[in-house]
Each structure stands twice: as structure tokens, then as C-alpha cells.
Design a protein around this ligand. Structure first.
Ligand code: THG
Length: 250
């Protein structure tokens, strides 16, 4: 199972037989006041530097999230996508909940990006999958549905399978679907990490698709976050994650 992403000049191959692909998480204003302000005022220099620094630290793909309250994502996201594409050679991962912003980013990107993300919610399946098909992108599948995020691995795997069936039904190959077993903070639910790891192992065994994980989510609100992040990330990769979303410098 190989997932191929590309920019104009580079191809990145994700697979169990390949080295782990790092998706750089840092172009995301959550918890970063300076970056949020830069996105709001249109100061793109900080974002350019962040893209270059992440690639220098080993990021193979750059996640781009510009969701800030009061910012017109459909206008800003394509600008930032174009900026990152001109600053670094690696492919991108478009991280947005806004379908209009996703379309405007997909329109201008030259290459095969990763769309972050589609879920098992009816509205998401109906709006995101046709766009992934139309633009020939790959997509991250989140195992949650209209009832929320299930608390058991078995239910999460079922939803991942359902999303894959729906995608394949409109001609998206399984190679272009990357499953995210959903890391949530152990600060809220202590067994959250174990459920996620069990889901990852199950997805590897029963589906075999490539897998991502927003690994740093595990430690939101916790002390010594990097220690928890490091241990969890190593365990998640061993369990089956092939392309985690991480701070590559750490
Ligand atoms: N799955 C998918 N996409 C995702 C996530 C996921 N995208 C967003 C997020 N989760 C992954 N990205 C991040 C980015 C930053 C942090 C965690 C996850 C983070 N940031 C620090 C904070 O908020 O405190 C700020 C760090 C700093 O200032 O340098 O922890 O799960 N598909």
C-alpha cells in the first residue's frame, strides 16, 4: 500500500515499507498568538520562515491550517498554500473544515496534496469526497460520525471502513485514503491513548491503509508535554502510523 503525494518538483511515497513520513504541524494558529496575528494581518513572512524551518528539521510534508476567528479562510488559505509551495519543495496537507477554502486551495495547488480531512459524518462525506476525486488528491479519513467520536477501537475501525467504501464507490483508490485513529488528550480521558493505539493496530491488521495521527494532541493540557509526545509517537509508529503530524524539530 503506497500513498503518493507530490508538489511540482517532488514526490513523497508513504508506506509500511518506507521510512516514516513526517507531516509538519507548525503552520497552525492553535495555541500560537504570533502566528494567529500574522494570519490576521496578512504578514506572510513568519509563515514562510516556519515552512522553511520545518523542512530543515526533517518535515516531508507541510500541514497548512489558517483557521483564525474573523479571518476569511477561503481568501487566505490559497495565499498561504501558494506561499508555502514557493518557499519549500515538499508537498502540502490542506487542513481546513471550510469547503470553500478547500476548493480555493485545491484550485491553485500544482501537484497532488493531502486533504485534511473527511469524516464519517454525512455532510462531510457528501462535500469532501467529490472534491478529493475531482482534484485527484489524497485524503485523511477521521473515524467519527454524526454521533461523535466512538470510545472503542472496533467502532472507529468500522467508521474508517465505511469512509473507505464510500470513497472507493466514487473512484478514489484505497491508496489515496490515510486513516487517522484520532489522538485525544489523556488529560480529559486517561485511556484515550490506549484506545487510539488499539485502533491503529486494528486498522493495520484489517484494512492495511496508511495511517496518520495528530500525535501532539495526546498531551494538550498536560505538564512536560514533549515527554508524553515522544513516548506516544514512538509507540504509535510501532503500532502502524506511517505519516504522523508532528513538530519535526522535536
Ligand atoms: N488529525 C488531523 N489533523 C490535525 C490533527 C489531528 N490537525 C491539527 C492537529 N490535530 C495537529 N496539529 C497540531 C498542531 C499543534 C499542536 C498540536 C497539534 C500543539 N501546539 C502547541 C499548543 O497548542 O500548545 C503550540 C506549540 C508552540 O507554540 O510551538 O500542541 O489529530 N488529521
Amino acid at each position: 500500500m503506497e500513498t503518493k503525494l507530490s508538489s511540482l518538483t517532488q514526490e513523497v511515497v508513504i508506506g509500511y515499507a518506507h521510512p516514516t513520513v513526517l507531516i509538519g504541524e507548525r503552520i497552525n494558529p492553535a495555541g500560537k498568538k504570533k502566528l494567529a496575528a500574522a494570519i490576521k494581518t496578512g504578514d506572510l513572512e513568519l509563515i514562510r520562515q516556519e515552512a522553511i524551518a520545518q523542512v530543515a528539521s526533517g518535515a516531508n510534508v507541510i500541514d497548512i491550517n489558517v483557521s483564525v476567528t474573523g479571518v476569511d479562510e477561503a481568501a487566505v488559505l490559497p495565499l498561504v498554500v501558494a506561499l508555502v509551495a514557493s518557499a519549500v519543495e515538499v508537498p502540502i496537507c490542506i487542513d481546513t473544515h471550510n469547503p470553500k477554502a478547500l476548493i480555493s486551495a485545491l484550485e491553485i495547488y500544482r501537484g497532488k496534496p493531502l486533504v485534511n480531512s473527511v469524516s464519517g459524518e454525512t455532510h462531510s462525506l457528501e462535500t469532501i469526497l467529490p472534491l478529493v476525486k475531482k482534484y485527484g488528491a489524497a485524503v485523511i479519513a477521521l473515524p467519527q460520525n454524526d454521533a461523535g467520536v466512538p470510545e472503542t477501537a472496533a467502532e472507529r475501525i468500522k467508521i474508517a471502513q465505511f469512509i473507505i467504501e464510500r470513497a472507493m464507490a466514487i473512484g478514489i483508490p484505497i491508496e489515496d485514503i490515510i486513516v487517522d485513529s484520532l489522538a485525544m488528550t489523556v488529560g480529559a480521558v486517561p485511556e484515550a491513548g490506549v484506545i487510539t493505539l488499539e485502533t491503529i493496530r486494528g486498522v493495520k491488521a484489517s484494512i492495511g491503509a496508511n495511517q496518520t495521527l495528530g500525535a501532539s494532541n495526546i498531551s494538550f493540557g498536560m505538564p512536560d508535554r514533549h515527554l508524553l509526545n515522544d513516548a506516544f509517537l514512538a509507540t504509535a509508529i510501532t503500532a502502524g502510523v506511517t505519516c504522523p503530524i508532528v513538530d519535526a524539530a522535536k
